[in-house]
Write a protein of this length. Sequence first.
Length: 152
Amino acid sequence: MGALRSLMIRFGLADTSVDRGPIRVLLLDDDVRRHRWFKKRFAGDLLDVAATVDEAKDLLEETHYDAIFLDHDLLPHHYETNDHNDYESTGRAIAEFLSGRADLSRAATIIVHTRNADAAIPMVQKLREAGRSCEYCAYPLLDNKIRNYWQR
């Protein structure tokens, strides 16, 4: 049966699609519209949503994740200016937290999805320096990125 299947695959006659099982996803974002979007996009998966840094830390300490999505700008004043130093209230705090905690969701793919590219790059660098699989994707391009990684 193996030889027949190999021939069918070779000639494009076999169905090679694979159904994946549910994955565990963490979203850190304060925008409820994005919460709804992620819930639709990851229907059938296990999605935990955190709107604050403290909520995200609690979830990360309790659960192993396959995918982690981090927004940077979590407070309304972050949308208006980059002139502030409250990184402990942004997604950067979670990047720092994960960089120092190799025991938490070590194999997770981390995507920084903020529209704030200036803030995203240091987050990605920090996580990569810690050996994490991380990349930046602007939110408008996120749907294609998710399809490429976790196709259903």
